[in-house]
Ligand binder design. Structure first.
Ligand SMILES: *[C@@H]1O[C@H](CO)[C@@H](O)[C@H](O)[C@H]1NC(C)=O
Ligand SMILES: *[C@@H]1O[C@H](CO)[C@@H](O)[C@H](O)[C@H]1NC(C)=O
Ligand SMILES: *[C@@H]1O[C@H](CO)[C@@H](O)[C@H](O)[C@H]1NC(C)=O
Ligand SMILES: [Fe+2]
Length: 608
């Protein structure tokens, strides 16, 4: 999400008001055939096409759906957006449940932000980085209770904070460097820092790169940022995952880009790390739109157009894809008002229009859109982060450790579900609606969707990934995740008030840092997605399948699998909540507590 922009929520309100009016106008009366479709819905169990007692009515109903759910382009870009009488009705109806929590948060930030601002000023403003604790301390009781994750406000000078954020909060752009890769830059004092030369680190598969250099091309506001490249490494002796260097690149100054390392002065190194964090904050903000939302919406729209509402697979997807269509209008509204002449002070380093363009770039390149390449194990393997053959394993990998527990539990449900409806692969291959879905994903421009759905395994993979996109990717990159780590202050400013230095020796770090107004804006912006107040409610991952109406229409095996998932997630939540800092002040090797994927805290769907 990106819409906490502008003057502390004032504009959110007007944006939402106009959006409300737009959807009210949409509720045109449905055609007669569509009313038939609705009457046909009943409490009958879901069925595969071959066991439907009235296949002609079923086929006719799908035809009605195809007419009522059409593809359209959307100003926001990325995947197709649904339009048509049925689509518009669903979008309007979804709005009734989707919007109230957003309005509630918006109301809370409007109320709480002047109080937070006052408190910061009363405590003398921001004079050193530690003072940003006052941004959160005792504030945001409703909008952001608890503040950034434990450790973020106190341990940010610890290099392991910087490096381990890449193995938890933002694992998506990190790659292990291959022995054969050409290095984007050199670090002459690498051996002083790591004990061995850069060449050796690379040859031993200990070197990692996170490259955001393309961000130097984005359209600047009156704030500043750079496109950064950073090296990390596995220490030859301790095995710790640590930062080696950051290279901030500014357009037009590429050849004189400075390379910062932990050997630089405290100020210089801190600034370099924050420049990199700013990139990650931008990435999480804009890439998540395509990486979680669009990547899931595209196959979903194709499924709506091809699977009967009585098909158990569509019922399952309907449950996972909760109210997805209201998000893009709000985002587009945010982009437009962020670009408007009365947008108010800019706090991002780059314009909202270039954010939209960049989001479309990472989507159309396939990076965030490719379906199979983003299966979590596949992308982690492709990036050399798990099962690497040319380098040592990571000692601690919190993202993978938590995500794998949840995703494998989801896979267990999907396996039980698919195997109980389809006795063998042949039954999958012979399901005409599934086959139509697969063909439709071409029309819907789903990138890298499986070329065929001929096995139960393929279907399990698809459904598991679909659930992963909403529950895990969105949870980590947005919802309760980003606001507590990759977009929290002081370590991750959204933009800088001073130009990127041309030489080392920064004297006054605070001149770069957000003002109290800018800091409050940053909380407001990211609080819009935060749903910490849904802790222990049925919106969380534990409840992913806990819809009694749906489950009662499924077969008993699926019902049981859903119950067993709930029990597994409750047990995992207990484990997560029992985590503490060890005697070295670390949790899983990290100087902060990363419990974003607590399944009784993280929502199961891509909320906003
Ligand atoms: C659906 O909504 C869109 C956007 O408001 C509108 O352009 C379109 O005409 C609507 N279609 C129907 C059939 O109501
Ligand atoms: C979730 O909980 C709310 C409030 O307790 C309830 O109204 C709603 O029906 C529940 N949803 C499902 C799908 O069970
Ligand atoms: C990190 O912060 C926590 C909580 O403030 C503290 O208990 C822990 O000792 C810190 N760890 C390090 C390595 O400083
Ligand atoms: Fe989102």
């Amino acid at each position: 999400m990106i819409y906490g922009r502008g003057l502390l929520g004032k504009m959110i309100k007007s944006a939402l008001t106009s959006f409300l009016l737009a959807t009210a106008a949409v509720q045109a009366s449905p055609a007669l055939t569509e009313r038939h479709l609705e009457n046909a819905r009943s409490n009958d169990a879901y069925t595969l096409p071959k066991s439907d007692r009235n296949p002609r009515a079923r086929a006719a109903a799908i035809e009605v759906k195809r007419k009522g759910w059409q593809y359209s382009e959307y100003p926001m870009g990325v995947a197709y957006y649904p339009t048509g009488t049925l689509a518009n009705k669903t979008i309007a109806k979804d709005q009734e449940t989707w919007l109230p929590p957003i309005l509630k948060i918006s109301e809370a930030t409007t109320r709480e932000s002047p109080i937070a601002l006052e408190a910061i000023k009363a405590k003398g403003g921001f004079k050193k980085l530690e003072d940003y604790a006052n941004l959160y301390d005792g504030q945001w009781e409703e909008a952001f209770p608890g503040g950034p994750f434990e450790g973020m406000l106190t341990n940010f000078t610890d290099d392991r904070m910087f490096s381990m954020m890449r193995l938890s909060a933002s694992p998506y752009r990190l790659k292990r460097v291959k022995p054969s890769d050409k290095l984007p830059f050199l670090v002459h004092n690498a051996a002083d820092i790591t004990g061995i030369s850069l060449d050796k680190l690379q040859a031993q598969g200990r070197l990692f790169l996170e490259d955001f250099s393309e961000m130097k091309e984005l359209d600047p506001t009156d704030k500043f940022g750079a496109g950064c490249q950073a090296y990390f490494y596995i220490h030859p002796k301790s095995g710790d995952f640590l930062p080696l260097a950051v290279r901030p690149i500014v357009k037009g100054r590429e050849n004189s880009a400075l390379v910062y390392t932990p050997k630089d002065t405290e100020n210089d190194w801190m600034l370099a790390k924050m420049l990199m964090n700013q990139n990650d904050g931008w990435h999480t903000t804009w890439a998540h739109i395509t990486q979680s939302h669009s990547a899931a919406e595209a196959p979903y729209l194709a499924a709506i157009r091809t699977l009967s509402d009585n098909h158990p697979v569509l019922a399952m997807i309907n449950r996972i894809e909760k109210t997805p269509w209201n998000i893009r209008p709000l985002l587009e509204d945010g982009v437009q008002s962020g670009a408007g002449p009365d947008a108010g002070p800019q706090y991002y380093a780059w314009t909202s229009l270039s954010g939209r363009q960049w989001a479309n770039q990472v989507y159309s390149s396939g990076e965030t859109a490719n379906f199979q390449a983003n299966y979590y194990r596949t992308f982690l393997e492709n990036n050399g982060l798990i099962n690497c053959r040319y380098g040592p394993a990571l000692k601690s990998f919190p993202f993978y450790e938590d995500a794998s527990v949840i995703v494998e539990a989801i896979r267990d449900v999907m396996t039980a579900f698919v195997n109980s409806y389809y006795p063998n692969d042949n039954a999958v291959a012979k399901d005409p609606e599934l086959q139509a879905w697969q063909r439709e994903t071409d029309v819907a421009k789903v990138y890298d969707f499986p070329k065929s759905i001929k096995t139960r395994r393929t279907l399990v993979d698809i459904l598991t990934h679909q659930a992963y996109l909403g529950g895990i990717v969105h949870g980590v990159m947005s919802t309760n995740g980003a606001i507590g780590d990759t977009t929290s202050l002081p370590f991750a400013p959204a933009g800088f008030r001073q130009p990127i230095p041309t030489k080392k020796g920064v004297k006054d770090l605070m001149a770069f840092m957000p003002t109290p107004e800018g800091a409050v804006w940053q909380v407001v912006t990211y609080a819009a997605a935060n749903r910490a107040m849904w802790r222990d409610t049925n919106e969380t991952i534990s409840y992913m399948f806990e819809d009694e109406t749906m489950l009662n229409k499924m077969n008993p095996v699926t019902y049981q699998a859903a119950k067993s998932f709930k029990a597994k997630m409750d047990a995992f939540s207990k484990e997560v909540r029992a985590r503490t800092f060890d005697k070295d002040g670390l949790s899983r090797g990290m100087p902060f507590m990363w419990n974003v994927l607590d399944p009784n805290w993280a929502p199961y769907w891509s909320v906003v």
